[in-house]
Design a protein around this ligand. Structure first.
Ligand code: SF4
Ligand code: SF4
Length: 344
């Protein structure tokens, strides 16, 4: 039983931090149209700082670390980072664009519980256009190698960021995921409103018209989701498609809301109660989208996780008063029961 995590879900205070999303670098070898991460920052956390941080986080109840970026596999010392966290027995998940997966899998596979690979099209044309570089075949080779290396600790999953250029390919993506033998596929709407994904106050991505859907396309997308929901009942039931049918309709509604056809779909996120994001330079964020509240390089983590800024943010998230939450594409909900049962 994890009573501290349970208490977290019932209050605005932090008693433990079970989930951390760590950007290990902002460098990336792709050029996705909806993201501005390109170059590694000069002041990124060093391996020594990560070692210290891992010890502090483990003391404070870390259960699950998610490595993100940028592209984590661009860091030469990424296997060493995985090894550090594995010494504390935490679950490790890698979010990757897959380009270096085939090459580096042998260095990391024993440490990881799950490898989530971004696949944004069922064809090379679609995927490579969205991702800004020819990468589709290389990525599939990486997924095949990772799946072949199972049964091992690492399970392989696919994540697709849905947008104008790929919403017609959802059914083909599900079929492709099945043929590749991955564990599951999940879908997320492209974020067009936040400062996340390296945009840092620069507003929506350039060419956002080529990402969002028109009114006619939203109608067509709804019909596509109708067909998927009736065709893939088993895949929803078994969790092969991670989202429930309702969540897929949320994505349709999000694109409808962007053009004022309907309100934004509501959500019940409690990410800042059970998790935090640590950027590559050590900034502590309540989630991917909300502003910094501290520095992970500081030694008194418990104090930082309970400073006035984050307590106020947690209250506002709980009361659902932040516009960012009301228009969010990527939410996390951990129930009090799941927290009590230590399911992270
Ligand atoms: S979305 Fe991921 S793969 Fe694409 S540019 Fe951003 S960090 Fe790189
Ligand atoms: S709804 Fe979105 S912005 Fe709000 S706390 Fe959750 S992840 Fe962050």
């Amino acid at each position: 039983m994890n009573f501290k995590a349970w208490l977290n879900t019932l209050s605005a205070s932090s008693h433990t931090l079970p989930i951390v999303i760590l950007y290990v670098t902002e460098g990336c070898n792709l050029r996705c149209c909806m993201c501005s991460y390109r170059k590694a920052r000069p002041d990124e956390l060093s391996i020594i700082e990560i070692e210290r941080l891992a010890c502090t986080l483990a003391d404070y109840g870390l259960r699950h670390i998610v490595f993100s970026g940028g592209e984590p596999l661009l860091r030469r010392d990424f296997p060493a980072i995985c090894k550090i966290f594995s010494q504390y027995g935490v679950q490790e998940t890698l979010l990757t664009n897959g380009l270096l997966l085939d090459k580096r899998l042998h260095e990391i596979r024993t440490f990881l519980t799950e490898i989530i690979v971004s696949l944004d099209g069922a064809t090379a044309g679609t995927h490579d256009t969205i991702r800004g570089r020819i990468s589709f075949e290389q990525l599939l080779a990486g997924i095949r190698s990772a799946v072949k290396s199972s049964p091992g600790p690492a399970r392989v999953s696919i994540r697709t960021v849905v947008q104008k250029q790929n919403y017609r390919e959802l059914a083909q993506l599900i079929a492709l995921a099945k043929s590749l033998g991955v564990r599951r596929i999940s879908f997320l709407a492209a974020d067009l409103l936040s400062d996340g994904f390296g945009r840092d106050g620069k507003g929506p991505p350039a060419h956002s018209d080529s990402i969002s859907l028109t009114a006619e396309e939203v109608l067509e997308f709804r019909a596509i989701v109708d067909a998927i929901v009736s065709t893939y009942r088993t895949e929803f039931r078994t969790g092969f498609i991670s989202e429930s049918p309702d969540k897929l309709y949320h994505i349709v509604d999000y694109f409808g809301a962007l053009i004022g056809r309907n309100p934004f779909p509501s959500n019940a996120c409690n990410a800042p109660m059970v998790s935090a994001v640590i950027t590559s330079t050590g900034d502590l964020l309540p989630c991917y989208f909300l502003p910094r509240f501290g520095d992970a390089r500081e030694t008194n983590l418990e104090q930082t996780l309970n400073n006035d800024t984050i307590i106020d943010t947690r209250r506002k998230v709980r009361d659902y008063v932040l516009e960012r939450c009301q228009t969010c594409v990527c939410t996390l909900r951990k129930s009090s029961v799941a927290a009590l049962l230590d399911r992270f």
